[in-house]
Design a protein around this ligand. Structure first.
Ligand code: SAH
Length: 231
């Protein structure tokens, strides 16, 4: 998979993309991440990428031209399955969308700044708008890193234990059951005995029960038809 990220702050990705699972995915050639500095695509001699908002009011707007030129340059080189803009008013990003995006070949993620991007870009170039939550950040770089991380860890051969992503929260409309590791007894706080029983069937049942209980308590909104599926 190839991910092209358009940003005016490429340096912001050095941390999230150069450690741990994403680093390993890149080293194993499971993903190629290309960062593009939007300023490289402006013809303005001061390399400006933003301008005042038509109609007045506070805040600058990202200009059409440099972003359009960057997208057009990339589209001339290959076909993109999705051109994503990170936006607080976009569709709420969820696991199901991460799953879908992880099956694609080439995607672009455009990171907004200031008051956002000129509406004509949204109308004519963007194919998908994603919000990572109902709050406003100062730029799309963190959302782009969040979206990329959630996709990359799903690519085959990235996580060492292939089944591990499948048992994560949300994959079955349930949150994860609690997990424990050694020691068995920490200052009198003990691990549930079933987990030491060696009985895989019992352990699976216990984990499913716990997942259902937790989802009902903490995230009942995830259960689409509670009575039918989990009674
Ligand atoms: N004026 C805009 C907010 C601009 S914030 C509004 O009210 O909708 C600047 C940029 O940060 C946005 O263009 C977007 O790319 C990014 N951003 C901020 N919050 C975000 C969120 N919750 N999800 C995705 N992107 C976000």
């Amino acid at each position: 998979m190839r991910i092209d990220i358009l940003t005016i702050f490429p340096g912001m990705f050095e941390g999230p993309f150069n450690d741990s699972i994403i680093k390993r995915a890149r080293e194993r050639n499971k993903v190629a991440i290309h960062l593009h500095d939007i300023r490289e695509y402006t013809r303005d001699k001061h390399r400006r990428v933003d301008d005042y908002s038509y109609g007045g009011g506070a805040g600058m707007v990202m200009m059409v031209e440099p972003i359009a030129r960057c997208i057009e340059t990339l589209k001339a080189e290959r076909t993109y399955d999705e051109i994503i803009y990170t936006a607080p008013d976009g569709e709420l990003f969820e696991q199901s969308e991460a799953n879908r995006l992880s099956t694609l070949t080439n995607i672009i993620i455009l990171c907004g700044r200031y008051k956002g991007i000129d509406e004509r870009l949204r109308e004519n170039y963007i194919t998908k708008e994603l919000s990572i939550g109902n709050y406003v950040l100062s730029g799309g770089e963190l959302p782009a890193a969040v979206i990329s991380d959630s996709i990359i860890r799903l690519l085959p051969g990235v996580l060492n234990n292939e089944t591990s992503a499948l048992s994560d929260s949300f994959q079955s409309n349930l949150v994860s059951p609690p997990v424990y590791t050694r020691p068995y007894d920490y200052k009198g706080m003990r691990v549930p005995d079933v987990l030491l029983s060696g009985n895989d069937k019992k352990i699976d049942e216990w984990r499913l029960d716990q997942a259902i209980k937790r989802t009902k308590e903490r995230r009942p909104d995830l259960l689409p038809d509670e009575d039918k599926f989990y009674r």
